[in-house]
Design a protein around this ligand. Structure first.
Ligand code: SF4
Length: 102
């Protein structure tokens, strides 16, 4: 964790009102801002074939309640292993209480 990270508090909009995003390739991501194909989401398994929309019968139980998604939501609410896109869009400066970017 960098010095800047220690000053950032995450207020994840996907926990309250931001919807998951379905990519053109058929994978769900936690929100549309995550659709950058960044290394984090590949490494964490969001683009694994078992989570492809064509390979599930029940999106809620098989994708949104998968270990991949549960771990992600746990990290953004209680941990610090989340991608830079979350910091950029949902990060609040703890000192000024302002958004990191608008
Ligand atoms: S940027 Fe990250 S924390 Fe913010 S809504 Fe999207 S997935 Fe959630």
């Amino acid at each position: 964790m960098t010095e800047l990270d220690s000053k950032i508090e995450l207020k994840p909009k996907c926990v309250s009102d931001k919807e998951p995003a379905l990519t053109a390739e058929g994978f769900f991501l936690p929100c549309c801002w995550c659709d950058r194909r960044n290394k984090y989401f590949i490494e964490k398994g969001f683009l694994n074939k078992e989570l492809h929309i064509s390979n599930v019968n029940d999106i809620v139980s098989e994708i949104f309640n998968s270990q991949t998604w549960i771990k992600f939501f746990n990290e953004i609410q209680n941990g610090n292993d989340y991608p830079s896109v979350c910091k950029e869009h949902c990060g609040i400066n703890k000192i000024t209480n302002k958004k990191i970017i608008k």
